[in-house]
Ligand binder design. Structure first.
Ligand code: FPP
Length: 242
């Protein structure tokens, strides 16, 4: 049983295993991503239903450009399809969508649809659904440092200001003038791989990690709830003592 009073505030997911799911069935990789998109839809709904405040999914990394042109453009087409088919429902469910990563370089059609989604949902107060897109954590930290330098040059922040964790956090993709996205309490990775792969390196300092052998397209709300329950049995000390 999940204790609704002790839900993780922020759950982040590395949705891995779409390609292997497709290969197992003799299907093209894109069929795996399509099934992955359907799984993602269900997890967004379940998060909203449970009352989780922040859900972040790793949809496309800065390293994913190394894949074939066909696969890359297929993933972006799926993203557009997801946004088109779900926008109304996301909005009706009070979900606020945010993109983490430099999405300006992805295909124009996708950028336009995304911007519409961001604008339409920006005042919603329910689940905050963050899609990490063209996201890489090292690039995120480098970008933060460069943005701090620019803001010092332009006088937006004083050059004598102390560089501390709070300042760096504010300049990451998860930084927000109206309050940063809190660090993930729980990071889930599917498909049996046990690594972070350049995802939220700064923000994961004290995250609980959960790994499951289930391939992402087969990840169900039941499996999600099982991992949430497992999380609730962990002992989080943040470097301190009990
Ligand atoms: C990892 O599986 C998955 C991705 C790189 C893409 C994730 C995309 C989706 C879940 C669907 C589209 C939704 C959006 C929002 C774009 P993999 O291909 O690395 O699997 P493998 O390790 O088995 O090859």
């Amino acid at each position: 049983m999940i204790d609704k009073e002790r839900l993780p505030v922020h759950v982040a997911i590395i949705m891995d295993g779409n390609g292997r799911w497709a290969a197992k069935r003799g299907l093209p990789r894109l069929a795996g991503h399509n099934a992955g998109m359907l799984a993602m839809k269900e997890i967004v709904k379940e998060s909203s239903r449970l009352g989780i405040e922040h859900l972040t999914v790793y949809a496309f990394s800065t390293e994913n450009w190394k894949r074939s042109e066909e696969e890359v453009s297929g993933i972006f087409r799926l993203l557009v399809r997801y946004v088109d088919s779900e926008l109304r429902e996301l909005h009706e469910n009070n979900v606020r969508v945010k993109i983490l990563g430099d999405y300006s370089v992805i295909p124009r059609a996708a950028v336009e649809r995304l911007e519409k989604t961001l604008a339409m949902t920006c005042e919603n107060t329910g689940l905050r659904f963050n899609i990490a897109l063209n996201y890489g954590s090292r690039a995120e930290i480098v970008r933060a440092v460069n943005r701090i330098r620019e803001d010092m040059k332009s006088g937006k922040i004083k050059e004598v200001v102390e560089i501390n964790e709070e300042l760096i956090s504010r300049y990451l993709y998860t930084g927000d003038e109206n309050g940063n996205i809190p660090d993930p309490d729980l990071i889930i990775r599917t498909s049996g791989e046990e690594r972070l792969s350049n995802f939220m390196l700064w923000q994961s300092a004290y995250s609980e990690l959960a790994f499951t052998d289930v391939l992402w397209p087969e990840f169900t709300p039941e499996e999600f709830r099982r991992l949430l329950e497992q999380y609730q049995n962990r002992d989080r000390r943040f470097g301190g003592r009990k």
